[in-house]
Design a protein around this ligand. Structure first.
Ligand code: CP
Length: 305
Protein backbone atom coordinates (compact mmCIF):
# COMPACT_ATOMS: atom_id res chain seq x y z
CA UNK A 1 0.00 0.00 0.00
CA UNK A 2 1.55 3.26 -1.13
CA UNK A 3 0.86 6.94 -0.65
CA UNK A 4 1.53 9.30 -3.55
CA UNK A 5 4.12 11.25 -1.52
CA UNK A 6 7.23 10.82 0.64
CA UNK A 7 6.83 14.06 2.61
CA UNK A 8 3.56 15.46 4.01
CA UNK A 9 3.65 19.25 3.96
CA UNK A 10 0.14 20.35 3.02
CA UNK A 11 -3.30 18.81 2.49
CA UNK A 12 -3.27 20.37 -0.99
CA UNK A 13 -0.91 17.60 -2.11
CA UNK A 14 -3.30 14.78 -1.09
CA UNK A 15 -5.45 12.86 -3.54
CA UNK A 16 -8.67 11.02 -2.76
CA UNK A 17 -6.82 7.70 -3.03
CA UNK A 18 -4.33 8.97 -0.40
CA UNK A 19 -7.09 9.91 2.04
CA UNK A 20 -8.96 6.64 1.40
CA UNK A 21 -5.79 4.70 2.20
CA UNK A 22 -5.01 6.74 5.32
CA UNK A 23 -8.61 6.31 6.59
CA UNK A 24 -8.45 2.54 5.97
CA UNK A 25 -5.08 2.09 7.70
CA UNK A 26 -6.20 4.34 10.59
CA UNK A 27 -9.08 1.92 11.22
CA UNK A 28 -6.57 -0.95 11.32
CA UNK A 29 -4.40 1.05 13.72
CA UNK A 30 -7.35 1.66 16.01
CA UNK A 31 -7.58 -2.12 16.40
CA UNK A 32 -3.82 -2.37 17.03
CA UNK A 33 -4.03 0.32 19.72
CA UNK A 34 -7.00 -1.40 21.35
CA UNK A 35 -4.80 -4.47 21.85
CA UNK A 36 -1.86 -2.37 23.15
CA UNK A 37 1.15 -2.34 20.83
CA UNK A 38 2.64 -3.87 17.71
CA UNK A 39 6.26 -4.22 16.60
CA UNK A 40 5.92 -3.19 12.96
CA UNK A 41 8.21 -0.19 13.48
CA UNK A 42 10.64 -1.93 15.82
CA UNK A 43 14.12 -0.45 15.36
CA UNK A 44 12.79 2.74 13.71
CA UNK A 45 13.34 6.16 15.25
CA UNK A 46 11.04 9.21 15.01
CA UNK A 47 12.71 12.62 15.25
CA UNK A 48 10.10 14.90 16.83
CA UNK A 49 11.18 18.53 16.45
CA UNK A 50 8.87 20.97 18.20
CA UNK A 51 10.00 24.59 17.90
CA UNK A 52 6.56 25.93 18.88
CA UNK A 53 4.39 24.77 21.82
CA UNK A 54 2.30 21.61 21.44
CA UNK A 55 0.57 19.10 23.67
CA UNK A 56 -1.60 16.94 21.42
CA UNK A 57 0.44 16.77 18.22
CA UNK A 58 3.67 16.03 20.02
CA UNK A 59 2.28 13.49 22.47
CA UNK A 60 0.20 11.72 19.84
CA UNK A 61 3.15 11.40 17.41
CA UNK A 62 5.23 9.99 20.25
CA UNK A 63 2.41 7.69 21.39
CA UNK A 64 1.90 6.52 17.80
CA UNK A 65 5.58 5.59 17.41
CA UNK A 66 5.69 3.81 20.78
CA UNK A 67 2.48 1.88 20.00
CA UNK A 68 4.12 0.60 16.80
CA UNK A 69 7.23 -0.59 18.61
CA UNK A 70 9.54 2.25 17.52
CA UNK A 71 11.28 4.89 19.58
CA UNK A 72 11.66 8.65 19.44
CA UNK A 73 14.15 11.42 19.93
CA UNK A 74 12.92 14.94 20.56
CA UNK A 75 14.01 18.55 20.32
CA UNK A 76 11.93 21.41 21.55
CA UNK A 77 12.03 25.15 21.90
CA UNK A 78 13.80 27.32 19.32
CA UNK A 79 15.86 28.88 22.10
CA UNK A 80 17.38 25.46 22.94
CA UNK A 81 18.24 24.56 19.35
CA UNK A 82 21.13 25.60 17.12
CA UNK A 83 18.62 27.53 14.98
CA UNK A 84 18.86 30.08 17.80
CA UNK A 85 22.55 30.40 16.85
CA UNK A 86 21.62 30.89 13.20
CA UNK A 87 21.54 27.35 11.82
CA UNK A 88 19.13 27.07 8.91
CA UNK A 89 16.02 24.87 8.89
CA UNK A 90 17.59 22.95 6.00
CA UNK A 91 20.79 22.12 7.91
CA UNK A 92 18.78 21.22 11.02
CA UNK A 93 16.72 18.71 9.05
CA UNK A 94 19.71 17.12 7.31
CA UNK A 95 21.35 16.71 10.71
CA UNK A 96 18.19 15.26 12.34
CA UNK A 97 17.95 12.75 9.48
CA UNK A 98 21.34 11.34 10.50
CA UNK A 99 19.68 10.25 13.75
CA UNK A 100 16.09 9.46 12.75
CA UNK A 101 14.25 7.37 10.13
CA UNK A 102 11.32 9.81 9.92
CA UNK A 103 10.91 13.41 11.10
CA UNK A 104 7.96 15.51 12.19
CA UNK A 105 8.43 19.21 12.83
CA UNK A 106 6.39 22.08 14.24
CA UNK A 107 7.85 25.50 13.55
CA UNK A 108 6.44 29.05 13.93
CA UNK A 109 7.34 30.12 10.37
CA UNK A 110 4.84 29.60 7.54
CA UNK A 111 6.71 27.80 4.77
CA UNK A 112 9.23 26.15 7.13
CA UNK A 113 7.79 22.74 6.25
CA UNK A 114 8.43 23.30 2.52
CA UNK A 115 12.05 24.15 3.30
CA UNK A 116 12.41 21.02 5.42
CA UNK A 117 10.77 18.71 2.89
CA UNK A 118 12.94 20.08 0.08
CA UNK A 119 16.09 18.67 1.70
CA UNK A 120 14.98 15.85 3.98
CA UNK A 121 16.59 12.51 3.09
CA UNK A 122 13.99 10.69 5.22
CA UNK A 123 10.17 11.05 5.24
CA UNK A 124 9.15 14.42 6.68
CA UNK A 125 5.78 15.36 8.21
CA UNK A 126 4.61 18.93 8.84
CA UNK A 127 3.28 19.09 12.42
CA UNK A 128 2.17 22.73 11.97
CA UNK A 129 4.01 25.63 10.29
CA UNK A 130 2.92 28.91 11.84
CA UNK A 131 -0.35 30.13 10.31
CA UNK A 132 0.22 27.87 7.29
CA UNK A 133 -0.93 24.25 7.45
CA UNK A 134 -1.46 21.38 9.90
CA UNK A 135 -2.12 18.39 7.63
CA UNK A 136 -2.10 15.63 10.26
CA UNK A 137 -4.72 17.53 12.27
CA UNK A 138 -6.92 17.73 9.16
CA UNK A 139 -6.54 14.00 8.55
CA UNK A 140 -7.57 13.19 12.11
CA UNK A 141 -10.46 15.63 11.70
CA UNK A 142 -11.52 13.76 8.57
CA UNK A 143 -11.31 10.42 10.39
CA UNK A 144 -13.38 11.89 13.24
CA UNK A 145 -16.06 13.16 10.85
CA UNK A 146 -16.27 9.71 9.24
CA UNK A 147 -16.67 8.07 12.65
CA UNK A 148 -19.10 10.60 14.10
CA UNK A 149 -21.34 11.14 11.06
CA UNK A 150 -20.83 7.82 9.24
CA UNK A 151 -19.89 9.70 6.06
CA UNK A 152 -17.73 12.51 4.75
CA UNK A 153 -19.88 13.45 1.76
CA UNK A 154 -23.19 15.39 1.74
CA UNK A 155 -22.28 17.48 4.76
CA UNK A 156 -22.83 21.02 5.94
CA UNK A 157 -19.66 22.04 7.81
CA UNK A 158 -19.56 25.28 9.79
CA UNK A 159 -16.14 26.67 10.71
CA UNK A 160 -16.14 29.20 13.53
CA UNK A 161 -13.60 31.55 15.08
CA UNK A 162 -10.17 32.53 13.85
CA UNK A 163 -10.32 31.44 10.23
CA UNK A 164 -7.48 33.78 9.24
CA UNK A 165 -4.70 32.36 11.44
CA UNK A 166 -6.20 28.96 12.29
CA UNK A 167 -4.09 26.60 10.20
CA UNK A 168 -6.34 23.62 10.98
CA UNK A 169 -9.31 25.11 9.12
CA UNK A 170 -7.13 25.87 6.09
CA UNK A 171 -5.89 22.27 5.95
CA UNK A 172 -9.33 20.77 6.57
CA UNK A 173 -10.98 22.92 3.88
CA UNK A 174 -8.68 21.56 1.19
CA UNK A 175 -9.24 17.98 2.36
CA UNK A 176 -13.03 18.25 2.48
CA UNK A 177 -12.86 19.63 -1.05
CA UNK A 178 -12.02 16.08 -2.16
CA UNK A 179 -15.50 14.88 -1.14
CA UNK A 180 -18.78 15.50 -2.99
CA UNK A 181 -21.52 17.82 -1.73
CA UNK A 182 -19.72 19.34 1.22
CA UNK A 183 -20.84 22.92 1.81
CA UNK A 184 -19.41 25.43 4.24
CA UNK A 185 -20.59 28.22 6.52
CA UNK A 186 -17.62 30.34 7.59
CA UNK A 187 -18.32 32.29 10.78
CA UNK A 188 -15.70 34.79 11.95
CA UNK A 189 -15.25 38.43 12.87
CA UNK A 190 -14.48 40.48 9.74
CA UNK A 191 -10.87 40.86 10.95
CA UNK A 192 -10.36 37.07 10.94
CA UNK A 193 -12.05 35.87 7.75
CA UNK A 194 -10.89 32.82 5.80
CA UNK A 195 -7.88 33.67 3.60
CA UNK A 196 -8.42 34.22 -0.10
CA UNK A 197 -6.27 31.18 -0.86
CA UNK A 198 -9.01 28.95 0.61
CA UNK A 199 -12.04 30.84 -0.71
CA UNK A 200 -10.55 30.94 -4.22
CA UNK A 201 -10.08 27.15 -3.96
CA UNK A 202 -13.80 26.83 -3.06
CA UNK A 203 -14.76 29.00 -6.03
CA UNK A 204 -12.51 27.10 -8.44
CA UNK A 205 -13.98 23.76 -7.33
CA UNK A 206 -17.59 25.09 -7.27
CA UNK A 207 -17.84 24.36 -3.55
CA UNK A 208 -20.70 26.22 -1.92
CA UNK A 209 -19.78 28.53 0.97
CA UNK A 210 -21.26 31.47 2.82
CA UNK A 211 -19.48 33.89 5.13
CA UNK A 212 -21.15 35.27 8.24
CA UNK A 213 -20.27 36.94 11.53
CA UNK A 214 -23.13 35.31 13.49
CA UNK A 215 -22.66 32.16 15.58
CA UNK A 216 -26.35 31.30 15.07
CA UNK A 217 -25.60 30.53 11.42
CA UNK A 218 -23.36 27.63 12.51
CA UNK A 219 -25.59 25.89 15.04
CA UNK A 220 -27.66 23.78 12.63
CA UNK A 221 -24.78 22.44 10.55
CA UNK A 222 -23.86 18.74 10.54
CA UNK A 223 -20.43 19.60 11.94
CA UNK A 224 -19.46 22.75 13.84
CA UNK A 225 -15.67 23.05 13.78
CA UNK A 226 -14.73 25.67 16.35
CA UNK A 227 -11.28 27.28 16.67
CA UNK A 228 -9.36 29.34 19.18
CA UNK A 229 -8.39 32.91 18.34
CA UNK A 230 -4.63 32.52 17.82
CA UNK A 231 -3.12 34.91 20.37
CA UNK A 232 0.45 34.15 19.22
CA UNK A 233 -0.22 35.52 15.71
CA UNK A 234 -1.43 38.99 16.83
CA UNK A 235 0.91 41.98 16.73
CA UNK A 236 -1.44 44.07 18.88
CA UNK A 237 -2.45 42.40 22.20
CA UNK A 238 -5.44 44.78 22.53
CA UNK A 239 -6.82 43.55 19.23
CA UNK A 240 -6.53 39.95 20.48
CA UNK A 241 -8.34 40.87 23.74
CA UNK A 242 -11.12 42.52 21.73
CA UNK A 243 -11.67 39.49 19.49
CA UNK A 244 -10.78 36.48 21.63
CA UNK A 245 -14.22 35.63 22.96
CA UNK A 246 -16.50 37.00 20.28
CA UNK A 247 -18.11 33.56 20.01
CA UNK A 248 -18.63 31.41 23.10
CA UNK A 249 -20.48 28.12 22.60
CA UNK A 250 -22.30 26.81 25.65
CA UNK A 251 -24.59 23.82 26.22
CA UNK A 252 -27.73 25.86 25.51
CA UNK A 253 -26.53 26.47 21.95
CA UNK A 254 -26.03 22.82 21.00
CA UNK A 255 -27.86 20.53 23.47
CA UNK A 256 -30.24 18.10 21.73
CA UNK A 257 -29.07 19.07 18.24
CA UNK A 258 -27.56 16.83 15.57
CA UNK A 259 -24.59 19.15 15.16
CA UNK A 260 -21.28 17.47 16.03
CA UNK A 261 -18.98 19.84 17.91
CA UNK A 262 -15.31 19.58 16.97
CA UNK A 263 -12.29 21.66 18.00
CA UNK A 264 -8.59 21.01 17.40
CA UNK A 265 -7.87 22.21 20.96
CA UNK A 266 -6.49 23.84 23.01
CA UNK A 267 -9.62 25.83 23.85
CA UNK A 268 -9.36 29.02 25.84
CA UNK A 269 -12.95 29.73 26.78
CA UNK A 270 -14.68 29.55 23.38
CA UNK A 271 -16.44 26.29 24.34
CA UNK A 272 -17.68 26.21 27.93
CA UNK A 273 -17.13 23.02 29.94
CA UNK A 274 -20.88 22.33 30.22
CA UNK A 275 -20.72 21.22 26.56
CA UNK A 276 -18.22 18.44 27.37
CA UNK A 277 -20.77 15.91 28.66
CA UNK A 278 -23.11 16.27 25.67
CA UNK A 279 -23.10 13.29 23.28
CA UNK A 280 -22.39 15.58 20.31
CA UNK A 281 -19.21 17.02 21.87
CA UNK A 282 -16.58 15.13 19.87
CA UNK A 283 -13.40 17.08 20.67
CA UNK A 284 -11.89 14.65 23.15
CA UNK A 285 -12.67 11.68 20.90
CA UNK A 286 -11.02 13.73 18.13
CA UNK A 287 -7.83 13.87 20.25
CA UNK A 288 -7.77 10.07 20.55
CA UNK A 289 -8.28 9.61 16.84
CA UNK A 290 -5.07 11.59 16.31
CA UNK A 291 -3.03 8.66 17.58
CA UNK A 292 -4.57 6.19 15.08
CA UNK A 293 -4.10 8.55 12.14
CA UNK A 294 -0.49 9.30 13.07
CA UNK A 295 0.18 5.57 13.53
CA UNK A 296 -1.17 5.07 10.01
CA UNK A 297 1.02 7.83 8.56
CA UNK A 298 4.19 6.59 10.26
CA UNK A 299 3.53 3.01 9.12
CA UNK A 300 2.69 4.03 5.55
CA UNK A 301 5.61 6.44 5.11
CA UNK A 302 8.02 3.83 6.50
CA UNK A 303 6.59 1.12 4.18
CA UNK A 304 5.54 -1.06 7.13
CA UNK A 305 1.98 -1.80 5.96
N1 CP B 1 -4.45 20.49 17.87
C1 CP B 1 -3.15 20.77 18.11
O1 CP B 1 -2.33 20.93 17.20
O2 CP B 1 -2.83 20.84 19.43
P1 CP B 1 -1.37 21.12 19.98
O3 CP B 1 -1.02 22.54 19.61
O4 CP B 1 -1.45 20.92 21.47
O5 CP B 1 -0.44 20.16 19.32
Amino acid sequence: MKLSFQHLVSTEQLSRSDTDLIMKVSEQMEKVAAKGTSDILKGKVLGALFYEPSTRTRLSFEAAMVRLGGSKITADGLQFSSMYKGETIEDTIIVAAQYADIICMRHPEKGSADKAAAVSPVPFINAGDGPGQHPTQALLDLYTIQKEKGRIEDLHVAMVGDLKFGRTVHSLSFLLGLYPNVRFTLVSPKELVMPEKVTSFFKKKNISFVESDKLEDALDADVLYDTRVQKERFEDPKEYERLKLKYVIDAKHVKGKDVTIMHPLPRVGEITTDVDALPNAAYFRQVKNGVYVRMALLALLLDAV
